[in-house]
Each structure stands twice: as C-alpha cells, then as structure tokens.
Design a protein around this ligand. Structure first.
Ligand code: IVH
Length: 690
C-alpha cells in the first residue's frame, strides 16, 4: 500500500508541476481532482503512511504566522539605476572592481512582489520566511506551503557540478534523492497576477475589509495571514531567482544556478537572458519596457547581475546591497484623472489629513479612488483644487500619489479647498502648532480617532485580529458596542451576529480571533497601544529591557532616556501614555491578557537571584529557541541575575544559539565565545524543552 500511495503522490506532484510551474497541463482538471481524491481516501484509510510533504498537505495545521527568524546570510536589497547613465556607471564600477576583465551579464525581470526564502532539508520544504528587514524575516512556512508553485518536495536529478541540468523527470522515473543537496536554500518573489487583484479585492470588500492598493500589497498581505486557509484561497504564485545555498554543490554561474533550480522543480521566470555587453542589457530593458503592460504580473524594472559567481564574490557587497547587481527601474506608472472632492481624514493620533477623492482610474493593475494630499501646507503649496486634473503616479512599493496638477487644463470652475478649523468628525476646534505642519483634533474621545486606534490595535503588526477591518470597526463603534479596545473582549457572538452583513460563521470567527489575541506577546500589545513614535523596533527594545508591560509602565523618564536607541522623544510619549491610560491597562489585566500575568519569566524585575549559573554573566540570545521567545529567554536570564545584550563582543560570556542562528553565531565562533545550544540552556534554566 505504501508503494501505491508513493506512486500516486509522485504522479500528482508531476501534474502539479506541469500545471502550476510549466503552465502545460497534460490532464484535465477533473482527472487531477480524481487523483487527489483517491490519494486523500488512501491516506485516510492508512494514516500510518501520512507524510507532511504529501500534495494533500498544503493547508495543514500549525501556526501560520510564526516567529522572527534570522536569515542564514542577509537578504540584501538592490542598488537602483533610474536611467541609462546610471546603468553605465554601475557597469564601470563593475569593470573597475574586476580589473577590466570581460564581464557577462544576466538580465531578469524585477518582479514586484514579496521576497521570500525557502529552506529544504533532504529535498523537503522545512521553512519559508519573508525577507523582513533583511536580517530577520517572519516564519510563514504554513502559508507558503499553500502556494502550488512552491514544491513541498524537490525532484532529484540536478547533476550540478558538471554544469548539467536534467530535464523534468516523468513520474515513475523519479530522480535520485542523492542528487538533491541535503540542505538547500533558494530565494524568490511571491506575487499575485495583475488580473487576479480585482477578484481578491472583491473578496476583501465582501468581508468588510479595505481593498489592496496594488498586487504587491495583496501578495504581501496574503502571505502574512494568520490563517493559512485564507492564504490558500489567494491566487499566489512565485518566481525563484537566487540559489543561496546548496550543501555540497558549487555553481560557476547564475545561469547555471537558474537551470539547476528549474531541474529541482522550482518555477523560475522564463524571460532571463545572458549578454556579453551592456548594449544587450539596454536592448532587453527597452524591449520589456515596451511590453510592460502585457506582462501578466507587476514588473517594476529589470535586474542586471554579473553572471560569474567567482566575479560576484570578487566584487562582494556592502552591508545593504551586492556590488555585482543593480536594478534598472522602469519609470513610475502614471495615469491622469480628476479630483472630484477633497475630504479630511482623522488619524489615530488626531492628525487631520486631506485626501483627494478621485474619478476612479486604473493604475498598474489596481483601481485607484483616492490619494493623500499629506497636509494643509502641501495642499496650499501645490495649489490643489477640487475639480483639478492631476497626474497620479505609483512608483515601486508606494501608495499612489499626486505627482502633478495640470493647471493648463483648468476651466475656472475649480474650487479652492478650505482646510477645516474643526474636526470633521467631532466638531472640536483643531489645534495648529508652531513646531509641526500637522493640524490635530485634540479631543481624546473623538470617534474617528477611536476607529483608527482600534484598526491599529487589530492590525497585523499589533494584535493581528483578522476580520476586524475598517467597515466592521465602523459598525461596532457607531452602534456603541465598542468604546475602547478593551470593549472588543466583552463582545458576544449573538450581538455581533445582529450587525448588518454579518453571518453566524463570520461572527464566530471574529470572536475567536479577538479571544486569541489575548495571548499576544507584550511587544505586540505595546505596538497596539499606538504610542507616538513607538513602532516595532522601539517596542522590542523596550520589552527586551523591561521584560513586561507592567515593569515598563513603572519606568521613569530618566530610566527610559538612558536606554540604547530610546531617545527623549520616545521616553516622553511612553511615560505620558502610561500616566494617562491606567484605566485601560487595568481593564486589559482584568480581561486576562497573558502578557500581564506575573509568570516567573516576567517577574524578572522583582526576583533577582545571585547564586545561579547566570548571575554576573553576559549573554546574547540568537536563533529560534523551541517553545520560548527570545524576549522570554532574556527575561529568564535576567531573573537569574544575568545580563543580556544584543550583540556579541569580547565581553559576551555565552551565546545561546537556537535554530538558524545567523551572523551572531559566526561572530561568536570568530571571537571564541562559549556557545550554549538550546537544550543546554534549558538544562541550566532547570526547565525541560517542550
Ligand atoms: S536578486 C542580492 N532578482 O527586488 C540580490 N531580486 O529591490 C537581491 N526582486 O529584495 C535579489 N525580482 O525581493 C533579484 N529577478 C530578481 C528579482 C528580485 C524581484 C526583488 C527582491 C529584492 C528586491 C530588491
């Protein structure tokens, strides 16, 4: 039976590749579905043969959005060239760096999506991460597994080293596992085809959420879902372009690496070319610029890479980008439309932002209906009027902006917009300050601010409550079911159910999501508070120092100011927030937010032992530790009298290295710092690893 199941899986994988990777299906959808059903039934009858790399296991259990993961080596970005002269300068730098040796270039399309890294061990996909900030990404394995163009298991037959790439194996003649590097990491771009964006946006609007502004945001948003079944419903695709690591294998050229990746079963973009001179590169750019709109996915330029890996190594990289590659950007997408109205939005901190409501227009795959006018000053400097014809522009990853006002098209009917002196929502007189351009509504009880605060609380970087989009929030606030974020936690399924356009299933799922968010770690809750200037980085710094929100809330201004990277600006807003928001904190504690519970790990400020292994020693924690976040590990160490710092130096006594430890590990090896593996660390702590 095992053989039968294996054969069926191999057959399905073959047809998955034919369909999703080669776009050359050999069988009908119905036959494919029949094979899948047969496999599902066999697996159900024989659970002992279940395997996570089975094609039936794309949407599985487990947390879909996991912890922050260090990258093996940084995921660099690219230097940009915006015109031919800049491209020639790049080529000159390359020429100089190589002492005038001949250079072969490879050109690829620059896909505008989300950079990801995929790790395979013995041919099986074990981890997928986002690019994140380049050093650390987010573990999105469960979500990436749902993308059919990402193989869960690789195909053998990559006879690399000989520079040979074998053709796709047919089922039954499967490749030899020995041809697959035991550890392999590739990088690529996840994207949503342009024409599928409207479908995704329709789904989102039906769920009470705002549409995505462009395919890139749609791809990024879909990959960073908490619920992998939602990711699975999105038409995501991938092109893989970097073979970052292949244990035991060496490649001489990027073109060879691309061929090998294809042979292993990855989907690579077909429009890659090799050039002996820069003229070929320029011709490639012009050809694709002319065809840009016809490409079914968003492409924001081309990537030019030195083909020889030896030359790439010779050229090296800066801390941000390789010296052997550049992107040659296409000009920004533009469209012309008219401003029908100007409105004012009130943000979470009360700032009033003018917004142009536009005659809907298509721009780079998305329908655009509004654009920010930033602030009162910008509005008057640019002299933007209601009725004006404007040039809209979308460059790279940014939200569309108004690039120019076509004043020559004015008819005389245009109307100057008078910036309000009162908050458009609550009517409170606005406050203008000498020191900033922002105009603010200073009424802390303003409903518009409240809606924005709740939206921020529910946002992905904070408590990540899926299904709580702007439309739902408006309903909850307008019906006065929710007057602050704590009220979300007292909502009952049957009252939510009575809201318009809300079914039983959605209500249930919303309540579940809200409930789940109580377990959020302290740094996410801190981000959720939306304290001015406290974003992800500051929140992490603060929690890694104080270990808990309770301890942070007791910190003095002086204490905060002395912290590395926390200046007087942040210190001031943090202290002010905790001084003004004790009632909210008490409510959250009463609700049962986990991060307010005084567990051993979070009592570090109360309980400092002096006689443990840890006392008086300095530690750095890196990599992912099973079952415990780095912040909690740090708290445990501090609770036992140790000190935790963020970088490995001569003063570090121990590096605690979890999985995929990255550059800190290399540094510790270099300095001869003692390294504790995760289980040794747990042993010293006196707790068993989960
Ligand atoms: S190479 C060190 N190739 O563009 C080499 N990147 O702006 C860096 N991208 O972070 C990556 N298409 O996410 C490379 N064919 C391609 C690409 C590509 C899209 C993205 C990638 C990168 C970003 C840099």
């Amino acid at each position: 039976m095992k053989t039968k199941i294996d054969k069926l899986r191999e057959l399905i994988r073959y047809h998955e590749r034919k369909y999703y990777i080669d776009a050359q299906p050999e069988i009908s959808d119905a036959s494919f579905d029949a094979f899948m059903r047969e496999l599902e039934e066999l697996e159900k009858a024989h659970p002992e043969f279940m395997s996570p790399d089975s094609p039936t296991q794309r949407v599985g259990g487990g947390a879909a959005l996991g912890s922050r993961m260090p990258h093996r080596n940084p995921m660099l970005s690219l230097d940009n060239s915006y015109d031919e002269a800049e491209l020639r300068e790049f080529a000159e730098r390359v020429g100089r760096g190589l002492g005038g040796a001949p250079v072969e270039y490879v050109t690829e399309l620059k896909i505008d999506g989300l950079g990801v890294s995929l790790l395979y061990e013995n041919g099986i996909l074990v981890r997928g991460t986002t690019r994140g900030d380049g050093e650390f990404g987010e573990d999105v394995t469960a979500n990436l597994r749902t993308i059919h163009a990402i193989p869960l298991r690789l195909v053998g037959g990559a006879a690399a080293g000989e520079g040979q790439a074998l053709a796709l194996r047919e089922p039954g003649k499967g490749g030899d596992i020995n041809d697959i590097p035991p550890v392999l990491e590739v990088r690529g771009e996840v994207f949503i085809p342009k024409h599928r964006l409207d479908v995704v946006n329709a789904q989102r609007e039906a769920a009470g959420e705002l549409p995505f502004a462009n395919p890139r945001n749609a791809a990024a948003g879909s990959v960073r879902m908490l619920d992998a079944s939602i990711t699975a419903s999105r038409p995501l695709d991938i092109f893989v372009y970097t073979l970052n690591y292949a244990e035991g294998f060496e490649f001489a050229k990027q073109t060879e690496a691309l061929e090998t990746m294809k042979t292993l079963g990855f989907k690579c973009n077909p429009h890659t070319e090799r050039h002996d001179s820069l003229e070929g590169v320029i011709a490639y750019y012009q050809r694709w610029l002319a065809k840009r709109e016809e490409i079914p996915y968003d492409v924001d330029g081309i990537v030019v890479k030195v083909n020889s890996i030896a030359q790439q190594e010779q050229l090296g990289a800066t801390s941000k980008q390789p010296r052997w590659a550049t992107s040659y950007k296409f000009p920004a997408h533009q469209a012309i439309t008219r401003i029908e109205k100007i409105g004012v939005q009130v943000g979470r901190t009360g700032v009033l932002t003018p917004v142009a409501l536009l005659k809907p227009v298509k721009l780079a795959g998305a329908t655009i209906t509004n654009a920010t006018l930033h602030n009162e000053q910008e509005l008057s400097t640019k002299d933007v009027r209601i009725g004006d014809t404007v040039v809209l522009e979308r460059a790279g990853d940014v939200i569309p902006k108004i690039a120019a006002v076509l004043k020559e098209r004015r008819t005389g009917d245009e109307v100057v917009f008078n910036f309000p002196d009162q908050c458009p929502t609550c009517g409170t007189p606005v406050k203008r300050s000498e020191t900033e351009v922002a105009v603010r509504c200073v009424n802390a009880a303003c409903v518009a601010q409240l809606k924005r605060r709740i939206a921020h609380w529910a946002s992905r970087d904070a408590l990540a409550i899926e299904g709580l989009g702007p439309a739902r929030i408006t309903q909850l606030v307008d019906t006065q079911m929710v007057c602050d974020v704590a009220d979300l936690y007292t909502l009952k399924e049957d009252e939510v159910c009575r809201l318009e356009r809300m079914g039983q299933a959605s209500a249930k799922s919303l309540i579940r999501q809200i409930e789940r968010s109580k377990a959020a770690p302290p740094e996410k809750v801190l981000i959720g508070f939306g304290i001015l200037h406290v974003g992800g980085h500051a929140a992490e710094q603060l929690i890694s120092h104080f270990s808990s929100i309770n301890a942070l809330s007791r910190a003095s201004l002086e204490e905060l100011e002395t912290l590395y990277k926390i200046g007087p600006r942040i210190a001031g807003t943090v202290v002010a927030f905790f001084a003004q928001n004790q009632p909210l904190l008490q409510k959250l504690k009463a609700i049962g937010f986990h991060c307010f519970e005084e567990t051993a790990a979070r009592r570090s400020d109360l309980l400092v032992a002096t006689d443990s292994f840890f006392s008086g020693k300095t530690f750095v924690v890196t990599g992912s530790l099973q079952g415990i976040t780095r912040a909690d590990a740090s708290a445990q160490i501090k609770a036992r009298g140790g000190k935790v710092t963020s970088s490995v130096t001569g003063k570090t006594d121990y590096l605690i290295a979890g999985e995929s430890p990255g550059s800190k590990y290399d540094k510790a090896r270099e300095l001869g710092t003692q390294i504790l593996a995760a289980d040794e660390f747990f042993e010293k702590l006196g707790v068993a690893a989960e």
